[in-house]
Design a protein around this ligand. Sequence first.
Ligand SMILES: Cc1cc2nc3c(=O)[nH]c(=O)nc-3n(C[C@H](O)[C@H](O)[C@H](O)COP(=O)(O)OP(=O)(O)OC[C@H]3O[C@@H](n4cnc5c(N)ncnc54)[C@H](O)[C@@H]3O)c2cc1C
Length: 103
Amino acid sequence: MLADVTTMQLMCMRLAELQARGEDNQTIASMVKMTTSRKALAVCREARDMMGGNGLLLENHVARHLTDMEVISTYEGTDSMQALIVGRAITGKSAFTTNRRER
Ligand SMILES: Cc1cc2nc3c(=O)[nH]c(=O)nc-3n(C[C@H](O)[C@H](O)[C@H](O)COP(=O)(O)OP(=O)(O)OC[C@H]3O[C@@H](n4cnc5c(N)ncnc54)[C@H](O)[C@@H]3O)c2cc1C
């Protein structure tokens, strides 16, 4: 869990460096948002599992973090949206659906 949190911090620091230099970092921002959301959710789930039923009690705060991370995976671009943005940047092809019934 510490290794994952440290990885997330390093990714965010790198993104902040690019931002400070004024470099175009939109694709990297999507990659960082997608990766850190997924990793943070996994860390919260592991903590919840380690604590068994106690992990669900609000007084222990793990379930609250878990719910917060589900929200962060969704707003300001869902994980799927971030993945589609990264995919478009590295392949040159857009896999966004135009008709939502296609999904
Ligand atoms: C706690 C909370 C606070 C929020 N606060 C704000 C706020 O302050 N301001 C604001 O504007 N919004 C806010 N939102 C809304 C949030 O931005 C949306 O929930 C988010 O953008 C996802 O949109 P949606 O819920 O309509 O899901 P949908 O767009 O219906 O998406 C459902 C699924 O389909 C996928 N999908 C959608 N379109 C495509 C496509 N074209 N191709 C492929 N896959 C697709 C998505 O990735 C997702 O997996 C908030 C949401 C939450 C939960």
